[in-house]
Design a protein around this ligand. Structure first.
Ligand code: ZN
Length: 330
């Protein structure tokens, strides 16, 4: 398998081309570190300005989509300690949260002084959805360049449950722990608006309804939500414009009670389903669903290239894959 000589994108990645030095078109389009730092600085200031305008006296300032993984845990710590925000953290339990991640979630929210809720969607529906996502690709190919069908399904539900809750409780910001590989800095702060959300919802909800029926609608927005555009929050991914250093992240979160799970794959620190989802994606598309994210982290200098190569090459642990298959009755 040929991969880019600068990042780690493989020849099987959609739309990839290589120049005579084996450098991919994504690396050639990268404007360089100086331009990146200028953008990050601009977004840091933008976040400060928005906080000054919308910080709430007495209520929650932000609703954090908190998986309990290393990046969302670190983001939560930054929001509390660096920005001193009042945070409501929301964890959606897809039925595959690592037991260690559950312990981490409890420890971290206690140590940081954060209100927290678990939202556990019906497992019979989740199971149906994940089974369908195993059998078919469900969404457009473009959607699946950066995440597996299973991850896209789960994340879609997480995003819309979070958005629904923010609208209902009038919380002005939703925060995510996306790494700089997952959230480009230029898209790290935006105001949600009804027409954009309506089209995003359509892309996800229609295939999900076809797969599991209209009970899935409970996790998405209704006309009542769309009728309140003034309540639509900003979405913010702080790690895209702050410093991102895995070693510093592990050190910081270790001090607030976070322990690394030993039962997840190298690309997740909370979800047991991820290894299985990656394996299916590689069989369907011949590239790893984390290729794009890790390539971007390498390109932008956040991750060592050899480390990325070895994470992408690691075979999924058979015991975890078998455990997921059993729980999904596959
Ligand atoms: Zn490249």
């Amino acid at each position: 398998m040929t991969i880019c000589t600068q990042c780690v994108l493989p020849e099987t990645f959609p739309g990839i081309t290589f120049d005579e030095h084996g450098v991919c078109n994504f690396c050639r389009a990268f404007k360089g570190h100086d331009a990146l730092e200028v953008s990050k600085d601009r977004f840091r200031r933008k976040f400060d300005e928005l906080l000054a305008q919308h910080r709430k006296a007495g209520g929650h300032d932000c609703l954090m989509a908190f998986s309990g993984g290393k990046d969302s845990t670190y983001t939560l710590a930054v929001l509390r300690r660096q920005y001193d925000l009042s945070v409501l953290a929301l964890t959606v339990d897809n039925g595959f949260v690592s037991p260690t991640a559950l312990e981490n979630i409890r420890a971290v929210v206690e140590n940081l002084g954060v209100d927290h809720v678990f939202y556990k969607p019906r497992f019979d529906l989740m199971k149906k959805l994940f089974r369908r996502a195993t059998e078919s690709t469900m969404y457009s190919r473009k959607t699946l360049e950066r995440a597996s069908t299973i991850c896209t399904s789960c994340m879609g539900i997480v995003k819309f449950i979070t958005l629904r809750m923010a609208i209902e409780t009038e919380i002005p910001f939703i925060t995510y722990g996306w790494s700089p590989g997952q959230a480009p800095v230029e898209a790290s702060i935006f105001k949600n608006n009804p027409s954009m959300i309506r089209s995003m919802q359509k892309v996800l909800l229609e295939p999900m309804r076809n797969a599991v029926g209209s009970e899935i609608d409970n996790y998405f927005l209704t006309e009542d939500h769309f009728a309140k555009p003034e309540r639509f929050p900003y979405s913010v991914s702080p790690l895209a414009f702050l410093n991102y250093d895995e070693r510093a992240i592990f050190e910081t979160i270790g001090q607030i009670g976070w322990k690394k799970p030993d039962d997840t794959d190298p690309n997740s620190t909370n979800c047991l389903l991820n290894a299985f989802a990656n394996k299916i994606h590689k069989e369907q598309f011949q590239f790893h669903p984390y290729s794009f994210e890790l390539a971007k982290l390498v390109r932008e200098g956040y991750l060592d290239r050899q480390e990325a190569i070895s994470r992408l090459a690691e075979e999924e642990a058979q015991a975890i894959v078998a455990q997921v298959r059993a729980r999904l009755e596959l």
